[in-house]
Structures are given as C-alpha cells and as structure tokens.
Design a protein around this ligand. Structure first.
Ligand code: RAM
Length: 335
C-alpha cells in the first residue's frame, strides 16, 4: 500500500510543479539534475537511439534532459555546443566525442566549473572526462569483426574497411584491434587492402563503397564498423553486380539492416543495444553529479533496469558484449 501511495503523491506534486519530470529517483540521486547529451552528430540514427536511452534514464530519476549537437561528425563541430552547455550551467555533459583531443580543453573548462563530464560511445583522451561508458570491450569488438569477416570470406581473399571519420576514437581503436587479430596465422590468407572513410555520412559512405569495388576488383568483403557505413555499403551492393560476391559486415542496427539481411546482401553483422548504452551513461552522469561516485575504479552505482554497475580501470564502464545478428535472429530485435 505504502509505495503506490507515495508515487501518487509524487505524481501530484509533479503536476503541481509542472516543469519537473515525475519519477521515483534511484537511491542517492539528486532530483532535477540537468544533464545534456551531445552526440557525434544529431541525425545519425544510432546516436538518436542512444540519446533516447539517456533521456529515458533521466526521466526515471527525475532530471531534466536534453540533446544538442552538430549535424556533421567533424573534429571540432561539438565545441560550440559544449561552450553553450557550460554557460547554461548543466550538472553533467554526456558526449560521444568526434575527436580524442579537439574537445578536451572545453570539457576541462566544464569540469573546472563543477560540471561532470562523461564520454560514451567514442572517448576523449582520459583528461577530457571523468568516466567513459563503453558499449563493449574494444579489443573484443575489433577481434570479433575479423573472426566474423573471415568466416564470411571462407578464410581467404581481400577485404576493405569502410570506417567513420579518420579521427573517430571508437572506430580507430576497433580497427587497431582488427589489425592485431589479423596477425594470427589463421588469417594469413586474408588481406586488408584499404581503410576508407565515409565520415559517418550516408552519401560519402555510398560513394566510398563504389570506389572500393572499382579499385579492388577481387574484393571479397567490406567491414564497416559504423552503422552509417554498413547501411550505405549494403544499399550500394544490394543493387549492384557485386551482390552475392562481396560480403558486407560490420556494426549495424537491426532495423537499418533488416531489408539487406532478408534480400541476401548481408549474412551477419554485430552490435549492442544503443538505447541501453545511452541509458547507462545517463545513470553514470547522475551518480557523478549526485556525488554517489567520484569516478574511481571499483566504485559502483545503481543503473536502473541495468542493475548495479562498477567502474573499471581508467574510468571505463562497459555495457556488455555485442550480439551477432543474422537471418535466424534479426526479427527478435527492434532498434
Ligand atoms: C556509428 C557511429 C557510432 C558507432 C556506431 C557503431 O553510428 O560511428 O559512434 O558506435 O556507428
């Protein structure tokens, strides 16, 4: 009896105060925290899902959330948004950084004024933030992509990587681990011929795909560790004579890739749930801004439906392992 009554009371109070979100805040979190999400780019479907997860978390713990950011993933495109958020005295900024260094001076300025900074999806240099919420272990993602493409290529032939921007910390780290994995003897018949950059721009990624197919007539696969890149590559290949000859894989959202799996262009690809990534980052930011954690290794915090989470080395919090999607399971996922 007691709990529902309390919620009714909180709801009535929220209606009275109008502007404040109605929620039962997680243990120890301050009410009314102002938390801003800054995606790599505002119109990237992946970032939209992640930010929506963050806003859902903020609603749960009774904060005030918003999403602001650039329309392109350029290195410095987020700077003006960070400056505005500092002026607005947000409690926390959660950012998917477009460059490891370009935003650091501005994020440092935010932190010096008491604003908590959490990176998610794509990290900055460690001095630019207090926590990094990572979608999955970076080494596991990189090595896993090679294991997958090797299977799709039958263990031999040429492949290319179609990445996001040349400065994207997340893609660059994954590619580094791909190259490490390729050193193993079982991949001696596989050759990475080119790393192309579609800048997480659909059109550029489409044109880069075309360029790769022309430049490397023996290409057997394209690995795009970006949801924008893989969707553009699949779209190009699905209506070209390379369909069925050149495998497309990488990291994509099931909803964007479903048609290409159904029409046979794509056999398998991977990802995690971006919504959960944003949700976890929202709770991490709130815990920092409430002072229930300071960002030290070993500290734990309550992440709502994701349960208790613990900070690992270098301030990193990991969401969980990626899922591999194929024709057998893709319809079970809706994001
Ligand atoms: C794109 C972005 C994002 C990355 C995903 C996999 O949407 O580059 O940062 O995590 O792909």
């Amino acid at each position: 009896m007691f709990k529902p009554l309390r919620h009714t009371g909180a709801a009535a109070l929220c209606v009275a105060l109008l502007a404040i979100s109605c929620a039962a805040p997680a243990a120890g979190l301050k009410n009314g925290l102002k938390i801003a999400f800054v995606p790599k780019q505002i119109n990237n479907p992946y970032e939209v899902i992640a930010d929506d997860g963050g806003l859902a978390a903020i609603k749960e713990f009774g904060g005030v959330g918003k999403v602001v950011g650039p329309s392109d993933a350029g290195a410095s495109s987020q700077v003006q948004y960070i400056n505005t958020l500092i002026t607005q005295r947000q409690d926390a900024i959660v950012i998917a950084a477009n460059d490891a260094n370009a935003v650091v001076p501005y994020l440092k300025k935010a932190m010096s004024q008491g604003i908590k900074v959490v990176t998610f999806d794509s990290d900055t240099a460690p001095e630019g933030r207090q926590l990094f919420v990572n979608q999955a272990n970076a080494e596991g993602i990189g090595r896993g992509q090679i294991q997958l493409v090797s299977k799709l290529m039958g263990g031999e032939g040429e492949f290319a990587v179609l990445s996001a921007t040349p400065n994207a910390t997340n893609q660059n780290t994954w590619i580094k681990w791909m190259q490490e994995e390729l050193k193993k003897p079982e991949y001696s018949k596989i050759k990475l011929v080119k790393i192309a950059y579609g800048n997480d721009d659909d059109q550029k990624s489409f044109v880069e795909t075309q360029g790769l197919l022309q430049a490397y007539p023996n290409l057997k696969a394209i690995v795009a560790p970006t949801t924008v890149g893989i969707a553009a590559a699949a779209r190009y290949i699905s209506s070209s004579s390379s369909k069925g000859k050149v495998a497309v894989t990488g990291l994509g959202t099931p909803n964007q890739m479903r048609a290409f799996v159904k029409n046979g262009t794509v056999k398998a690809f991977q990802l995690w749930d971006p919504n959960e990534l944003g949700y976890l980052a929202g709770y991490a930011a709130a815990a920092l801004a409430s002072g229930t954690i300071n960002g030290k290794e070993g500290e734990s915090f309550d992440a709502g439906k994701l349960g208790k989470r613990t900070i690992g080395p270098q301030g990193e919090i990991i969401l969980g392992p990626p899922t591999t999607f194929d024709a057998s399971n893709i319809d079970k996922f809706n994001f």
